[in-house]
Design a protein around this ligand. Sequence first.
Ligand code: PAF
Length: 283
Amino acid sequence: MKVFTLKSELRPFLQKARSQDRKIGFIPTMGAIHKGHLALVHASRKEAALTVASIFVNRPQFNNREDFLEYPKTLQEDLHLLKKEGCDVAYTPPEEDLYDHPLEKITDFKFGEFESRLEGKYRPGHFNGVALIVTKLFNIIQPDYAYFGQKDLQQFFLIKQLICDLSYNIQIRSIPTIRENDGLALSSRNLRIPKEDRPYANTFYTTLVAAREMLADGKSVPEVKTFVGDLFSDNSRLTLEYFEVVDTRNFSIVRKINNPSVTALCIAGYLNNIRLIDNVLYN
Ligand code: PAF
């Protein structure tokens, strides 16, 4: 696996691959590589001739400074895992390779209503930071395919929309969430869950599954929301930020399920001070 830290060296390398008509698959990550990321590498290897992963903890997408500072950084282990999975190229830039003045950027995206929903509401500025880094990386790497985990469903929707709105010639793929045996969705943040809290971490997933069953049994969305709210209030380790049923075509909030095949249930909250999110598709 080739490792690049500078875009000025990565660009000509990828240009050469492109001139040989090799299709490029891209997996953007913030590191702390786990089996969820490796599933994206695996998917890329199946359809692209060259698989590129980036590792970069993108400061502008963190609305909480502590969360940024404490984000796990495990570069050597990450490179080892990517290489073992057959990734061809890793791009691991220092901040200066992507931002001259990270906090003085003037490019701002406006996502309208979308920014007041779910992650947009609870993480002000987050999607702006994601959109900026993803468009930068797309411009540097110019992939044919880009792979994202279903766990960040709203992010996937946003990037799909950006690809369309900005006319990128990229096919985006959503890869199903990989879970621990008890249902906990794999996430780099799981590394920060203290041992004594770990048994409660799958509550987000088990709640989603129970909520989905209740909806399928004919309970209304407001009834299910009350059930979820009560369940979280009953456990002092857990804080619920949101539980919403959404239409995956436009990420609008659904109050009555009319179209099961494009419906998803999304949840976010805290297990003590660790923020976790998860979702399941209705069908
Ligand atoms: O999902 C992530 O890990 C990040 O939001 C991404 C897409 C790598 C952008 O920094």
